[in-house]
Design a protein around this ligand. Structure first.
Ligand code: I3S
Length: 127
């Protein structure tokens, strides 16, 4: 049987390296500070890790390193954000609590995959 045959471990949906900056906390605007972040989509959460060097998609498992922060995707809003940055391929994720993040990749296909995957999770949670 699979390691998670009891269904108690949330499913790892996607992991990868994106550029990230938080731009608002509880609705209050923050100064941008872009940095690379190891981003993991697991269950209903997007989880951010600081040290991408020690991480690879195949070796990452929930619980084996401490996240920097995490975002509950229930009720979140996702939008492309051309007007919010001079960088290409930027989208904005806004949580119900008013935290806002910009996520970016130089690789077009990668940012599109992330956008679609996060969108699917958000849509799945409202149904
Ligand atoms: O939206 P902004 O203010 O043009 O964002 C830029 C600044 O945050 C800048 O840092 P300083 O606050 O030290 O000027 C960053 O280095 C830039 O990356 C930000 O703009 P982009 O267009 O890269 O998101």
């Amino acid at each position: 049987s699979s390691p998670d045959s009891d269904g108690c471990t949330p499913e790892l949906e996607k992991a990868g390296l994106l550029n990230k900056t938080k731009i608002a906390e509880g609705g209050r605007k923050l100064r941008k500070n872009w940095s690379p972040s190891w981003v993991v989509l697991v269950g209903n959460s997007l989880v951010f890790f600081k040290d991408p060097k020690s991480q690879t998609p195949s070796s990452w498992k929930p619980g084996n390193s401490r996240p920097e922060s995490s975002v509950d995707l229930r009720g979140a809003q996702l939008n492309w954000a051309k007007d919010l940055s001079s960088k290409k391929n930027v989208f904005k994720l806004r949580t119900v609590t008013g935290n806002e993040f910009l996520l970016q990749s130089e690789i077009d296909s990668m940012i599109r995959e992330w956008y679609n995957t996060i969108k699917n999770v958000i849509d799945r949670l409202v149904r």
